[in-house]
Design a protein. Structure first.
Length: 460
């Protein structure tokens, strides 16, 4: 056996196995009524649910703390109280002549570990994209194929009318077209109908089978007209010709309608972009001012200052992308399922924009460092003698004015957040509580924080 014969033999075997696999797939689909949606939507949705469940079971949760790294007042008091107990224990041990080894800061590592798993909302977005993208791609491809089939069927009607003008009956006309003419997207459907008629099926049964295989409401309507015309007699060729022209007109009207409705797609995409831009402006400009100077004018509002507005904007934008895409599909194509592709695109683009702009707004953009005023001694209930100074810089090390810095003092005391000055400096004069002990002043901006300590030696 020559190499060319061996190559031909392998090609023949591959084609044989391909036809066998296709035949068994068709039998399985017909017997169990398997629809495309079971594969393109059911399996991805199942995988998405498994991903979310795996995330929950492995300890991933929603974000419960502000991404900026600030902690609540209760946590600060708890940490300061724990530090006070350790200092008292160390003093007692020193009086007894013992040496106490400082404990390793495991709590911070545990906090960082827990924080790394506060991403269940991100996992859910990945799962939604996995669930939507396969079905969106398949529905888009199937719709394009359906449009090509409808155009090809109008051409088929025109060619069939021309054959019938020459005296050929409908059955022979379909068989002739299946053998000699390029029918485009409906060639397999016409060949299947012709084979059925050659094997004894009636013209009506074969045409209705072709309508089911094409799966188009428009084609089914015109096939009913063709079948009725073939059985009623008369000038069937002229009727088929007018039917072909009418179908072309309907297809052209549908194209014009879709073209006119595309402006709504652009509007929805622009609206989503505007929402992202507004959320970014609020996160970087207005909210820091409200959480800073605005809250001081309102008399504090520590609870409001701890709200993670950026995360709320993130969730709002993603939900708007999901449902907005479905609304686009309903308006432009008449079915919500056709909007899933728009939902997938909007979610993907919005997610990238949110992670890049909104969730990182204020986080990682600034760095704050202690400049002076650390380790002062003070009398409880009175302001400290010298202000504590911090310096705020951007990612390039340039001093940054007009940045809101949140201030906290633990375990108790009075302090307010401030805006950085022209040289990037922040100065505060806190009033510690009346209880003697160590107090911690924490300055936070974005994900960066710095601390200074105060030792209270007596009450006022």
């Amino acid at each position: 056996m020559t190499p060319s014969d061996l190559k031909g033999f392998k090609t023949l075997n591959i084609e044989k196995y391909r036809l066998i696999a296709k035949r068994y797939a068709q039998v399985f689909t017909v017997r169990y009524n398997i629809k495309r949606e079971y594969i393109t939507l059911g399996i991805p949705v199942f995988l998405a649910i498994c991903i979310v469940l795996a995330g929950v079971l492995t300890g991933h949760t929603f974000t419960t703390k502000n991404d900026s790294g600030q902690v609540s007042e209760a946590d600060s008091k708890k940490d300061a109280y724990q530090q006070l107990l350790e200092d008292m224990a160390a003093e007692e041990a020193a009086k007894r002549g013992e040496v106490v080894q400082p404990e390793e800061p495991l709590a911070e590592a545990e906090d960082e570990k827990d924080k790394s798993k506060d991403d269940l909302d991100h996992i859910m977005i990945y799962a939604v994209l996995i669930a939507l993208i396969p079905y969106s791609i398949d529905s888009y491809i199937q719709k394009k194929l359906l449009k090509r089939r409808e155009v090809a069927f109008s051409e088929f009607l025109y060619k069939l009318s021309e054959l019938m003008r020459g005296g050929i009956d409908p059955v022979k006309g379909v068989v002739t077209l299946s053998r000699t003419t390029d029918l485009g997207a409906i060639a397999p459907n016409v060949q299947e109908a012709a084979s059925a008629m050659l094997l004894g099926s009636s013209f009506e049964d074969a045409m209705h089978r072709m309508a089911r295989s094409i799966n188009s409401k428009l084609v089914s309507k015109y096939i009913n007209i063709v079948v009725q015309a073939a059985y009623t007699g008369g000038n069937v060729a002229d009727l088929l010709f007018r039917t072909s022209e009418d179908m072309r007109t309907v297809i052209a009207i549908e194209k014009d309608k879709e073209a006119n409705l595309k402006q709504y797609i652009v509007i929805f995409y622009l609206a989503q972009g505007i929402i992202v831009a507004l959320a970014y402006i609020l996160s970087t400009s207005l909210l820091p001012l409200i959480q800073g100077v605005g809250l001081e004018m309102l008399g504090g509002g520590n609870g409001l200052s701890e709200i993670n507005f950026e995360r709320g904007f993130f969730h709002m934008i993603i939900l708007n992308a999901l449902f907005g895409g479905m609304i686009v599909g309903m308006i432009t194509e008449g079915e919500m399922k056709h909007g899933m592709k728009h939902s997938a695109i909007l979610i993907a683009l919005s997610y990238v924009a949110c992670v890049t702009l909104i969730l990182s707004a204020g986080g990682g953009m600034y760095t704050i460092k202690l400049v002076s005023g650390d380790g002062q001694q003070a009398i409880g209930g009175l302001p400290i003698q010298e202000p504590i100074a911090f310096n705020v810089t951007d990612f390039s090390g340039k001093q940054t004015p007009g940045v809101y810095v949140e201030m906290t003092i633990s375990p108790s005391g009075i302090i307010s957040g401030v805006m950085s000055q022209e040289n990037g400096t922040v100065e505060v004069t806190p009033t510690p509580g009346e209880e003697p002990g160590n107090y911690t002043v924490t300055a936070t901006t974005g994900k960066s924080s710095a601390t200074a300590s105060i030792e209270v030696v007596g009450g006022s």
